[in-house]
Design a protein around this ligand. Structure first.
Ligand SMILES: N[C@@H](CCC(=O)N[C@@H](CS)C(=O)NCC(=O)O)C(=O)O
Length: 203
Protein backbone atom coordinates (compact mmCIF):
# COMPACT_ATOMS: atom_id res chain seq x y z
CA UNK A 1 0.00 0.00 0.00
CA UNK A 2 1.42 3.39 -0.95
CA UNK A 3 0.17 6.73 0.31
CA UNK A 4 0.99 9.82 -1.72
CA UNK A 5 1.07 12.81 0.59
CA UNK A 6 2.24 16.38 0.75
CA UNK A 7 3.51 17.66 4.10
CA UNK A 8 0.64 19.13 6.11
CA UNK A 9 -1.96 18.67 3.37
CA UNK A 10 -5.27 16.87 4.01
CA UNK A 11 -3.33 13.69 3.21
CA UNK A 12 -2.03 13.96 6.79
CA UNK A 13 -5.31 12.43 7.98
CA UNK A 14 -4.76 9.31 5.85
CA UNK A 15 -1.17 9.16 7.02
CA UNK A 16 -2.33 9.17 10.66
CA UNK A 17 -4.94 6.49 9.99
CA UNK A 18 -2.42 4.20 8.28
CA UNK A 19 -0.26 4.56 11.38
CA UNK A 20 -3.28 3.88 13.62
CA UNK A 21 -4.13 0.62 11.87
CA UNK A 22 -0.45 -0.30 11.93
CA UNK A 23 -0.12 -2.06 8.60
CA UNK A 24 3.01 -1.85 6.46
CA UNK A 25 2.76 0.99 3.97
CA UNK A 26 5.00 3.23 1.91
CA UNK A 27 4.70 7.00 2.27
CA UNK A 28 5.58 8.81 -0.96
CA UNK A 29 6.14 12.54 -0.59
CA UNK A 30 4.72 14.71 -3.40
CA UNK A 31 5.46 18.25 -2.37
CA UNK A 32 2.69 20.68 -3.36
CA UNK A 33 4.93 23.60 -2.42
CA UNK A 34 7.43 22.43 -5.05
CA UNK A 35 4.72 21.82 -7.66
CA UNK A 36 5.43 18.08 -7.67
CA UNK A 37 1.69 17.31 -7.72
CA UNK A 38 1.46 18.88 -11.17
CA UNK A 39 4.46 17.05 -12.65
CA UNK A 40 4.34 13.97 -14.84
CA UNK A 41 5.19 11.21 -12.35
CA UNK A 42 2.35 12.09 -9.99
CA UNK A 43 -0.14 12.98 -12.73
CA UNK A 44 0.00 9.37 -13.88
CA UNK A 45 -1.21 8.39 -10.38
CA UNK A 46 -3.87 11.09 -10.05
CA UNK A 47 -4.48 13.11 -13.23
CA UNK A 48 -6.39 15.67 -11.11
CA UNK A 49 -3.09 16.59 -9.45
CA UNK A 50 -4.54 16.44 -5.94
CA UNK A 51 -3.38 14.75 -2.78
CA UNK A 52 -3.98 12.30 -1.16
CA UNK A 53 -3.95 9.15 -3.27
CA UNK A 54 -3.69 5.60 -2.02
CA UNK A 55 -2.28 3.03 -4.41
CA UNK A 56 -2.69 -0.68 -3.92
CA UNK A 57 -2.31 -3.53 -6.40
CA UNK A 58 -2.36 -1.13 -9.34
CA UNK A 59 -5.55 0.56 -8.22
CA UNK A 60 -5.64 4.18 -7.02
CA UNK A 61 -8.16 5.60 -4.55
CA UNK A 62 -8.48 9.38 -4.16
CA UNK A 63 -10.60 11.68 -1.95
CA UNK A 64 -9.46 11.87 1.65
CA UNK A 65 -12.81 10.87 3.15
CA UNK A 66 -13.11 7.84 0.85
CA UNK A 67 -9.60 6.70 1.79
CA UNK A 68 -10.28 7.21 5.50
CA UNK A 69 -13.59 5.33 5.52
CA UNK A 70 -12.27 2.58 3.26
CA UNK A 71 -9.27 1.95 5.54
CA UNK A 72 -11.35 2.02 8.72
CA UNK A 73 -13.89 -0.45 7.28
CA UNK A 74 -11.17 -2.82 6.14
CA UNK A 75 -9.40 -2.74 9.50
CA UNK A 76 -12.25 -2.58 12.04
CA UNK A 77 -9.97 -3.78 14.84
CA UNK A 78 -8.40 -0.29 14.86
CA UNK A 79 -11.75 1.03 16.17
CA UNK A 80 -11.74 4.18 14.07
CA UNK A 81 -15.50 4.15 13.41
CA UNK A 82 -17.70 4.27 16.51
CA UNK A 83 -20.76 2.00 16.84
CA UNK A 84 -22.99 5.05 16.47
CA UNK A 85 -21.30 6.43 13.36
CA UNK A 86 -23.79 9.18 12.42
CA UNK A 87 -22.02 12.09 14.11
CA UNK A 88 -18.62 10.96 12.91
CA UNK A 89 -19.83 10.74 9.31
CA UNK A 90 -21.50 14.12 9.67
CA UNK A 91 -18.22 15.64 10.90
CA UNK A 92 -16.22 14.10 8.04
CA UNK A 93 -18.72 15.46 5.53
CA UNK A 94 -18.71 18.90 7.17
CA UNK A 95 -14.91 19.11 7.18
CA UNK A 96 -14.70 17.97 3.59
CA UNK A 97 -17.55 19.99 2.10
CA UNK A 98 -17.57 23.15 4.24
CA UNK A 99 -14.17 23.68 5.86
CA UNK A 100 -11.81 22.38 3.16
CA UNK A 101 -13.40 24.41 0.31
CA UNK A 102 -12.97 27.63 2.30
CA UNK A 103 -9.22 27.01 2.32
CA UNK A 104 -9.42 26.24 -1.40
CA UNK A 105 -10.98 29.66 -1.96
CA UNK A 106 -8.44 31.32 0.36
CA UNK A 107 -5.30 29.70 -1.05
CA UNK A 108 -6.33 28.97 -4.64
CA UNK A 109 -8.68 31.77 -5.71
CA UNK A 110 -7.17 31.53 -9.20
CA UNK A 111 -9.23 28.39 -9.72
CA UNK A 112 -12.35 30.55 -9.70
CA UNK A 113 -11.21 33.89 -11.12
CA UNK A 114 -8.51 35.06 -13.51
CA UNK A 115 -8.61 38.71 -12.46
CA UNK A 116 -6.31 39.67 -9.59
CA UNK A 117 -8.94 41.88 -7.95
CA UNK A 118 -11.59 39.16 -7.88
CA UNK A 119 -9.07 36.66 -6.57
CA UNK A 120 -8.23 39.00 -3.71
CA UNK A 121 -11.91 39.51 -2.92
CA UNK A 122 -12.57 35.76 -2.89
CA UNK A 123 -9.61 35.06 -0.59
CA UNK A 124 -10.70 37.80 1.78
CA UNK A 125 -14.30 36.54 1.85
CA UNK A 126 -13.14 32.99 2.58
CA UNK A 127 -10.78 34.19 5.31
CA UNK A 128 -13.61 36.15 6.95
CA UNK A 129 -15.81 33.05 7.10
CA UNK A 130 -13.25 30.92 8.91
CA UNK A 131 -13.42 32.23 12.52
CA UNK A 132 -17.11 31.32 13.00
CA UNK A 133 -16.44 27.97 11.36
CA UNK A 134 -13.90 27.22 14.10
CA UNK A 135 -16.52 28.10 16.72
CA UNK A 136 -18.76 25.44 15.17
CA UNK A 137 -15.74 23.12 15.12
CA UNK A 138 -15.26 23.53 18.89
CA UNK A 139 -18.97 22.87 19.48
CA UNK A 140 -18.56 19.50 17.76
CA UNK A 141 -16.27 18.37 20.54
CA UNK A 142 -19.19 17.96 22.89
CA UNK A 143 -18.43 16.76 26.38
CA UNK A 144 -16.50 13.58 25.72
CA UNK A 145 -13.25 15.06 24.54
CA UNK A 146 -13.22 13.71 20.98
CA UNK A 147 -14.98 14.84 17.85
CA UNK A 148 -17.31 11.85 17.64
CA UNK A 149 -17.91 10.35 21.03
CA UNK A 150 -15.71 8.89 23.70
CA UNK A 151 -12.69 7.79 21.65
CA UNK A 152 -10.36 8.88 18.86
CA UNK A 153 -11.97 8.23 15.45
CA UNK A 154 -11.53 9.18 11.79
CA UNK A 155 -13.08 12.56 12.63
CA UNK A 156 -10.16 13.42 14.92
CA UNK A 157 -7.57 12.27 12.37
CA UNK A 158 -9.18 14.48 9.72
CA UNK A 159 -10.04 17.37 12.04
CA UNK A 160 -6.47 17.84 13.19
CA UNK A 161 -5.48 18.83 9.64
CA UNK A 162 -7.80 21.83 9.85
CA UNK A 163 -6.70 22.72 13.35
CA UNK A 164 -3.14 22.95 12.02
CA UNK A 165 -4.22 25.06 9.06
CA UNK A 166 -5.94 27.52 11.42
CA UNK A 167 -2.66 27.90 13.30
CA UNK A 168 -0.80 28.48 10.06
CA UNK A 169 -2.92 31.46 9.13
CA UNK A 170 -3.64 32.81 12.60
CA UNK A 171 -7.31 31.94 12.96
CA UNK A 172 -8.14 32.09 16.68
CA UNK A 173 -9.20 28.79 18.19
CA UNK A 174 -10.74 28.13 21.59
CA UNK A 175 -8.91 26.56 24.52
CA UNK A 176 -11.25 23.57 24.22
CA UNK A 177 -10.09 22.97 20.68
CA UNK A 178 -6.45 23.44 21.66
CA UNK A 179 -6.82 20.91 24.50
CA UNK A 180 -8.32 18.44 22.06
CA UNK A 181 -5.42 19.01 19.63
CA UNK A 182 -2.95 18.25 22.43
CA UNK A 183 -4.77 14.97 23.11
CA UNK A 184 -4.57 14.11 19.41
CA UNK A 185 -0.93 15.18 19.15
CA UNK A 186 0.37 12.78 21.80
CA UNK A 187 -0.92 9.68 20.05
CA UNK A 188 2.02 7.64 18.74
CA UNK A 189 0.37 7.41 15.31
CA UNK A 190 0.15 11.20 15.07
CA UNK A 191 3.70 11.64 16.34
CA UNK A 192 5.01 9.26 13.67
CA UNK A 193 3.05 10.90 10.84
CA UNK A 194 4.07 14.43 11.88
CA UNK A 195 7.69 13.37 12.18
CA UNK A 196 7.73 11.69 8.78
CA UNK A 197 6.13 14.75 7.18
CA UNK A 198 8.56 17.02 9.03
CA UNK A 199 5.81 19.28 10.42
CA UNK A 200 4.30 20.41 13.71
CA UNK A 201 0.71 21.23 14.64
CA UNK A 202 1.71 24.60 15.97
CA UNK A 203 3.70 26.30 13.22
N1 LIG B 1 -11.71 16.61 -2.54
C1 LIG B 1 -10.32 16.25 -2.40
C2 LIG B 1 -9.50 17.52 -2.34
C3 LIG B 1 -8.06 17.19 -2.41
C4 LIG B 1 -7.23 18.46 -2.40
O1 LIG B 1 -7.63 19.53 -2.91
N2 LIG B 1 -6.05 18.32 -1.81
C5 LIG B 1 -5.16 19.43 -1.75
C6 LIG B 1 -4.22 19.28 -0.57
S1 LIG B 1 -5.11 19.41 0.94
C7 LIG B 1 -4.34 19.48 -3.02
O2 LIG B 1 -4.01 18.47 -3.58
N3 LIG B 1 -4.02 20.67 -3.44
C8 LIG B 1 -3.21 20.87 -4.59
C9 LIG B 1 -3.61 22.12 -5.30
O3 LIG B 1 -4.50 22.80 -4.80
O4 LIG B 1 -3.04 22.39 -6.35
C10 LIG B 1 -10.11 15.42 -1.13
O5 LIG B 1 -10.83 15.66 -0.16
O6 LIG B 1 -9.22 14.55 -1.12
Amino acid sequence: MKLYYSPGACSLACHIVLEEIAIPFEAQRVDIGQGEHLAAPYLTINPAGRLPALEEDGSVLTEATAILISLALRYPEAGLIPKQADRMLETLAWLSSTVHPLYGALWRPGRMFAEEERRGALSAAARAQLPPVYERFAERLGTQGWLAGEAFTLADAYGIVFFRWANRIGIPVSDTLTDWARRVEVRPSVQRALEREGISLWS
